[in-house]
Design a binder for this molecule. Structure first.
Ligand code: AMP
Ligand code: FE
Ligand code: FE
Ligand code: ZN
Length: 286
């Protein structure tokens, strides 16, 4: 199963059970080893809690690990996902923002659950508080979707999203977001390297405009994720031009969510030399 061509490459965007992935960091490391990747980044939503486990699991498998996270942000009326690599683990401002984001996620999940429960009764308490009484680290719509699948209302996470969990659905409740520029500042101040995630995703009506990218670059954006399975291929050439113009590092990754999405680990990837470039600029390089 090992793929020779991946032996010098990293998958820089993965989600684990610390947020909305269905596989643990250990399972991601095992899979990364099996497909022959050199290394991977863990980029759970709004949390760095999976780093310790992922770092150790990578070491056991002889893989390189790059710590990261994904922040949902908003700028000029657009929802923009920002990947942040190598931030300090003790930066107070960043840690406080992450705490507030996760807390908002929890309150939002409770509100969505009370709306969903009217039409889809199930033991929702179990969703937020698993057996050991510990809250999910970073709860999102995917956890609600999985509960609906487990109760037999739908057959897959994606089906639930398409039918009842879009942002226009009556069950949808927004959660706290940072402004994109604000997030870039917080990440840079914490010694991190910010990368614009999937800027040409299928779900967008149009790609992120070039003037907005220019503004993000002047605020400290360092890279742009162009090799991503959900990017529209026809929007990529223009974005490559913009990336070159601004000296942005071009990354690739799968956005693996285990069974939660069709994206396969290693489906997008980044060269080791580019990962080295990121590492040379961050507070927590591995
Ligand atoms: P939230 O951050 O809680 O609003 O949920 C958004 C997350 O749901 C994204 O980060 C994706 O991982 C996931 N997601 C969005 N659309 C879909 C879909 N169609 N199928 C599966 N997962 C999705
Ligand atoms: Fe996700
Ligand atoms: Fe994303
Ligand atoms: Zn993601």
């Amino acid at each position: 199963m090992a793929n020779e061509s991946l032996s010098t490459r990293f998958d820089l965007h993965t989600h684990s059970t610390f947020s909305d992935g269905t596989t643990s960091p250990e399972q991601i490391a095992e899979l990364a080893k099996n497909i022959g990747l050199k290394g991977f980044a863990l980029t759970d939503h709004d949390t760095i809690d999976g780093w310790v486990t992922a770092r150790y699991a990578a070491k056991v498998k002889g893989l390189d690990f790059l710590p990261g996270m994904e922040l949902t942000t908003e700028e000029a009326g657009r929802s923009i996902h920002l990947l942040a690599y190598g931030t300090s683990e003790s930066d107070e401002r960043l840690l406080e923002e992450l705490f507030l984001l996760r807390n908002s996620r929890l309150n939002r999940a409770k509100e969505m659950i009370s709306r969903l429960n009217e039409d889809f009764p199930l033991d929702w308490d179990l969703v937020l508080e698993p057996e050991d009484g510990v809250y999910i680290k970073s709860v999102g719509r995917p956890h609600l979707a999985d509960a609906l699948v487990n109760a037999g209302y739908f057959s897959t996470r994606s089906e639930v999203f398409e039918k009842i969990l879009t942002t226009t659905s009556r069950y949808y409740v927004p959660t706290k977001h940072l402004g994109t520029i604000e997030a870039i500042n917080v990440v840079r101040n914490a010694g991190g390297f910010p990368v614009l995630a999937h800027p040409a995703a299928f779900r967008m009506r149009k790609p992120i405009d070039h003037s907005l990218i220019a503004e993000l670059v002047s605020s400290g954006l360092g890279g742009i994720e162009l090799d991503h399975p959900e990017n529209r291929p026809e929007w990529i050439p223009n974005l490559v031009t913009t990336a070159t113009k601004h000296g942005l590092l071009v990354t690739g990754a799968s956005d693996f969510h285990g069974a939660g999405k069709p994206n396969k680990l290693g489906e997008g990837s980044t060269a080791a030399a580019d990962v080295a470039l990121i590492r040379s600029q961050v507070a927590t390089p591995n």
